[in-house]
Write a protein that binds this ligand. Sequence first.
Ligand code: BYC
Ligand code: FE
Ligand code: FE
Length: 470
Amino acid sequence: MNISSERIPNNVNLSDDKRLQRALEQWQPHFLNWWQEMGPDGFLAHEVYLRTAVSVDEGGWANYGYVRMPDYRWGIFLAPPVEDRRIGFGDNLGQPVWHEVPGEFRNALRRLIVTQGDTEPASVEQQRLLGRTCPSLYDLRNLFQVNVEEGRHLWAMVYLLQDYFGRDGREEAEELLERRSGQSDHPRLLEAFNQPIADWLSFFCFTMFTDRDGKYQLLALAESGFDALSRTTRFMLTEEAHHMFVGESGIERVVQRTVELMANNPDTDVRKLGGIDLLTVQKYVNMWYSASLDLFGGEISSNAAEYFAAGLKGRYKEDKYTDHVALDGTYAMPVVEEGRLIQQDVPLRNAMNEILRDAYARDSDRGVQRWNKHLEEAGFSVRIQLPNRRFNRHIGIYSGTRFDPDGNMLTQAEWDTQKNQWLPTADDLAYVRSLMKPVIEPGKMAGWIAAPRKGINGLPVDFEYVRTDG
Ligand code: BYC
Ligand code: FE
Ligand code: FE
């Protein structure tokens, strides 16, 4: 297979770099096989109205047109270089950024890039069956847009591995195509990426909360002293915004529809009307938000301290801080000690995961409050709320103890008797799944979700976003 910039749009001089070309030529067919096997099920031959990044110029990252997904032009793009860029934090503050991988940080960087890379194909695998039950063609197209861009994010990390990490990098690139979401003998690396996304409410929660973890991890990596990583992640962030839009507006439309059903039929159970009751929405939010909080790692982390010290992974908006060394301060957090929560001062560098989680929690809450506006305007007193960050955790200092959604400590027995009020039960999941019937007539919406305010790229909502006539 011949790789030209026509086939792989790029701004990394691929046509002049024979070594990289050879590596990618070997990897590309494996990627395409993976896409055939693990990509969106049942829609490989359909024409989908997608945006493709063809350059980093303004507007170049969003070229719209019909394309069959296997023919999508997955490209490699770095945000434009910043002249005389310096390391912005940690022990190497002020030194020129690295254009090669420093030997002493090679393992740590490889690990960060592999962890990031692993999530991208994992999410495509998790979402693979959703196309069959889309609530509208508009939503179907958005699912596929997210999928192809996660595919491109995999390319972005594979480019770094192949161009900067030699043989190890090539092996890691192959393994990124070999692990499988949810497969017990060869799972994806992080827990949330092994959970099934079996219905569209989960998909919207995932793009709202889990893609948002992606945003904050990418922002932290965008600060990196390894310049190629910084530039790659900065470009990925331009695409990430749409993924979160899909989730935030998706749940907003679910809430809107439910509010409409409740207002018109005040005495009827929303489920009898084919809507998704707010308690079920809340339980899904509880489940996906807590799973996504886990993705930030432990509250107290020596890994995070080392990444910061080395200049590999910074804070969200590092330039807003005045102290970029972070050797003096502490961060106060409640920790579990002898069955009680007590406040503990943690050295700042060890609290970097928690500091990033703070920014994430604020951003998530802003979105939730937008959904609540619909409840407020309709005169309902009920609200959707983010659970306390200690609730239902599997990673970090709260993972060994049970907490309710307000953050109060519980015994295991209390948890066991109450958890069905907080997390989706088998019945809840079955009910939501029972609603998942495909709607593919342009402009039509499933009964459990409101229509979007507008279409994609200035087009009407009833545009034929996926050509279903084959
Ligand atoms: N699951 O110091 P700790 C995205 C491990 S999403 C399983 O607490 P650290 C996307 C950890 O590896 C963004 N294991 O954590 C979204 C360590 O193992 P070792 C993805 C976990 O290292 C939607 C041990 O526990 N990007 O892009 O500070 C669709 C203790 O580690 C988990 C990144 O994650 C977990 N959740 O932080 C598509 C950025 N958490 O050393 C895409 C790169 C921790 O004992 N990754 N462990 O063997 C990182 O920056 C860090 O690796 C983490 C963990 C933030 C994930
Ligand atoms: Fe991504
Ligand atoms: Fe994403």
